[in-house]
Design a protein around this ligand. Structure first.
Ligand SMILES: Nc1nc2c(c(=O)[nH]1)N[C@H]1C(S)=C(S)[C@@H](COP(=O)(O)OP(=O)(O)OC[C@H]3O[C@@H](n4cnc5c(N)ncnc54)[C@H](O)[C@@H]3O)O[C@H]1N2
Ligand code: MOO
Length: 410
């Protein structure tokens, strides 16, 4: 039987789409405290060294290291304690030869001192003296100026997505605002006369909307803002009007369902009417998800996802997630979390098509195994029960039981 449409390998389809799109959305300034998972558009520079003053890493005594050379329990070095380093204030003490100053963890190293002896390695002698029971080298138990970061150093690259430790690192330098990519807005329209909102009790022949929510979840995780636009029935003019309104206020539009080739499937036609160049790809060599539409309408991406929930999610993972990340200029796909596992069963495939198999991860004899969760692409709970997807590459006829595989986690 003839193919209904020409299918392209996923990689080629993605390239075609990305070529026709702007590289990234605009940037904006946000509070660092609210910038977790946001992507930098500029490299922040260190305004000063960190630490800005030499600090003790132990509770003990600030000393001149040379005064302790050769010291041991048998032959301790005697030092005179001349004062205490205050915390959180400038220290005006100077440690001279044969002297020591009480210092606490994090305290400023006083002038003259170049090392700290831990309190456990000393013994009090009279009112003001100590015996040092072990020698310290210069720099021991001390972090020096700029040891963490040098002044002017580029802290993170543009394209980097901020993690919790990055926020802490920026705040340590007083960088309380950062320049990040604006979060791309992704409008989502679910289409189909049979689809109703989840709050509604479905009548005969009706089903609740699943795809709006799986797609919105993927968008949010990829750093975008999901803009759910509700369910629109299978009426061309209504759908075109809804799509046009949704796209106006968004960077990307996703149409769920209607991407196949029946008389009810209007996504391609709507896309061609929304703007130019319109449909770029109709049909991708992937299972599930063959009836996929990728297009660009007046500079904005419009994706037509297959209606089956598993297919919609696999296709969104292949095209929408990388698109949302690209629009933020992300250098590393943050959504990509992979684990190595062994396959519990043979899985057949057809060369010329990329297959995505849902798998559950199970521990067996200290090894991680990927167990395929088979089921039709209309079944949402096959996804709910799975931990990730296993890709069977384009030109293979399957994978064998026991084979080492890589699972992309959800
Ligand atoms: N004759 C053929 N029929 C179909 C083919 C084909 O090659 N030849 N491909 C099948 C495959 S594969 C898929 S995938 C679907 C794609 O269909 P559409 O994108 O046109 O979408 P619909 O037909 O409207 O819906 C498919 C299926 O998904 C359910 N659906 C739709 N929207 C939602 C939603 N928001 N939440 C939950 N479920 C939804 C819908 O009720 C249908 O059951 O075409 C096959 N047919
Ligand atoms: O390809 Mo459909 O997208 O298998 O269910």
């Amino acid at each position: 039987m003839a193919e209904m449409f020409t299918v392209l390998p996923p990689e080629d389809a993605r390239t075609l789409l990305f070529e026709k799109l702007p590289a990234a959305v605009a940037s904006e300034s946000v509070a660092t405290s609210a910038a977790l998972d946001r992507t930098l558009t500029e490299r922040p520079l260190a305004p000063h060294p960190l630490p800005a003053f030499s600090r003790s890493t132990m509770d003990g005594y600030a000393v001149r290291a040379e005064d302790t050379f050769g010291a041991s329990e048998m032959l301790p070095a005697y030092l005179e304690v001349t004062g205490e380093v205050p915390m959180g204030r400038a220290c005006d003490l100077t440690v001279g030869s044969g002297q020591a100053a009480v210092v606490y963890t994090g305290g400023m190293l006083p002038e003259g001192a170049d090392a700290v002896v831990m309190v456990e390695r000393t013994q009090k002698m009279g009112d003001t003296g100590i015996e040092v029971l072990r020698a310290v080298a210069a720099g021991e138990n001390v972090v020096t100026v700029g040891e963490d970061v040098k002044e002017g150093e580029a802290l993170l690259d543009a394209g980097h997505t901020l993690r919790p430790q990055d926020l802490g690192g920026l705040m340590a330098l007083g960088i309380t605002t950062v320049q990040v990519a604006r979060r791309p807005r992704v409008a989502i329209i679910s289409t189909g006369d049979e689809v109703v909102a989840p709050e509604v009790t479905p009548g005969p022949g009706q089903i609740r909307d699943i795809n709006t929510y799986t797609i919105a979840g993927l968008v949010e995780r990829a750093g975008g803002i999901a803009v759910p636009c509700g369910v629109v029935g299978d009426n061309f003019e209504t759908l075109l009007a809804a799509a046009s309104a949704a796209l106006e206020d968004a960077d990307v539009l996703v149409l769920s369902a209607g991407s196949s080739v029946s008389t009810r499937d209007m996504s391609a036609e709507v896309l061609n009417r929304l703007g130019t160049p319109g449909v770029l790809v109709h049909g991708v060599a992937v299972k599930p998800g063959k009836p996929t539409i990728l297009g660009v309408c007046n500079g904005k991406a419009v994706l037509g996802l297959p209606g089956n929930p598993v297919s919609a999610m696999v296709v969104a993972g292949l095209f929408l997630v990388p698109l949302v990340e690209r629009l933020q200029g992300r250098s590393h796909p943050t959504a990509l979390r992979r684990v190595a596992a062994r396959l519990t069963h043979n899985v057949a495939s057809v060369p010329g098509r990329e297959d995505y198999v849902q798998v559950k991860l199970v521990h067996r004899d200290g090894e991680l195994w990927a167990e395929p969760v088979f089921g039709k692409s209309n079944l949402i709970y096959t996804l709910v029960k799975s931990d990730g997807l296993l890709k069977i590459p384009l030109n293979t006829s399957g994978l064998y039981q026991g084979e080492h595989v890589v699972v992309e986690l959800f």
